[in-house]
Design a protein around this ligand. Structure first.
Ligand SMILES: [Zn+2]
Length: 123
């Protein structure tokens, strides 16, 4: 699928963004963080493909373990919007559940083995 401009928002609408990326292949991850949030994520793209349209000050950052990945979420509604990946810090993914017109649960998605690819135990 060719890249397209995806438009997304957190649940309360404070944070809105666009990303130029295909929707598939969608990905999930089994690391200790992702298995809790349960998101279906877009394919990776570079930071220049992501535009935060509103709510940059409403974003909170969560980091753990190796402190490499940057997991952003809305500080009001708590919804994960996008993150910078640990496996390649040049790459970002968005939460497909935040994207207008996308049924993230209808997409075939593989599960990344983030749990065993981390350098720290129980990542
Ligand atoms: Zn929000």
């Amino acid at each position: 699928m060719n890249p397209t401009t995806l438009k997304g928002a957190c649940h309360c609408g404070a944070v809105t963004f666009e990303a130029d990326t295909p929707i598939e292949p969608a990905k999930r991850c089994n690391c200790s963080y992702c298995r809790r949030r349960g998101a279906v994520m877009s394919p990776p793209f570079t930071r220049d493909k992501l535009r935060i349209l509103s709510g940059e000050d409403d974003l909170a950052l969560y980091q753990f373990n190796t402190q490499v990945a940057q997991h952003f979420f809305c500080k009001h509604c708590g919804i994960y919007t996008f993150h910078q990946t640990r496996s390649n810090p040049q790459e970002w993914r968005v939460n497909l559940g935040c994207i207008d017109g996308v049924d993230a649960y209808a997409l075939a998605s593989t599960v990344a083995d983030g749990a065993s690819s981390s350098v720290v135990r129980d990542a």
